[in-house]
Design a binder for this molecule. Structure first.
Ligand code: FMN
Length: 208
């Protein structure tokens, strides 16, 4: 049975564009994968501790030598990594915040990037361990950062996420961007017509 892991990080609830896109992705994916399971993870309601020295010490202590407090400290990380390993496919809703990703998504990355679990170091350097997975990133931004535009160099969302996922072994990454959402705030643009092209792209990609 195929499993899709849907991860949202927008704090904007029902007003969120990226959440509209991930919801549409999951609905389209379900139709294309009868019997498949969708696991939802909302990073705005997940306890995501900041990585500190104790966490790092625990992560680099061999598993069978960890004490109770070390095991408890790594419990969130273990659970989030288990979700990643279980799923065949991932869809992320990513709002651009200050030219980068939301802080909750960064906290999540810090919890799941773990030596020996999601990457390893060998003679040939680092090796991602999340192989055979497919990720779709649905990115919403107030401004427009398309390739070749004046703003393109300020987009730290997609290059960063491609680098992180590549490091973890996820190389099949598709990005669908809904750019210029600030126009919706001004009320000059009809929300349905604005979203229609992104929803269409999301639907056809989720149905593959
Ligand atoms: C805290 C915060 C920071 C933002 N920073 C940027 C930014 O740097 N560049 C940009 O184009 N839009 C920025 N925006 C606008 C969001 O990218 C835009 O509202 C987008 O639709 C967010 O996705 P969402 O609707 O799923 O929350 C910011 C919004 C918030 C709330």
């Amino acid at each position: 049975m195929a499993t899709l892991l849907k991860i949202d990080s927008s704090p904007m609830g029902e007003h969120s564009i990226s959440r509209k896109l991930t919801t549409h992705f999951a609905a389209s994916w379900r139709k294309a994968h009868p019997g498949g399971a969708v696991v939802s993870r909302d990073l705005t309601t997940t306890n995501l501790p900041v990585v500190n020295g104790f966490w790092v010490g625990a992560a680099y202590t061999p598993e069978d030598a960890r004490g109770l407090e070390q095991r408890e400290t790594l419990a969130v990380s273990d659970a989030l990594i288990a979700e990643l390993k279980l799923a065949d496919e991932y869809v992320f809703g990513v709002p651009m915040h200050n030219f980068s990703i939301p802080s909750t998504l960064k906290l999540w990355i810090d919890q799941v990037a773990r030596a020996g679990k999601t990457f390893s170091f060998g003679a040939d350097g680092p090796k991602g361990l999340l192989t055979g997975k497919k990720a779709t990133l649905l990115v919403a931004s107030g401004g427009v950062y398309e390739h070749g535009s004046a703003m393109a160099s300020l987009n730290f969302v997609t290059p960063y996420l491609r680098a992180v996922f590549g490091f973890l072994g996820v190389t099949d990454v598709t990005i669908i961007a809904a750019e210029g959402t600030a126009q919706l705030m001004s009320g000059q643009v009809d929300p349905q017509s604005f979203l229609a092209p992104s929803l269409e792209k999301v639907q056809s990609h989720a149905s593959l």
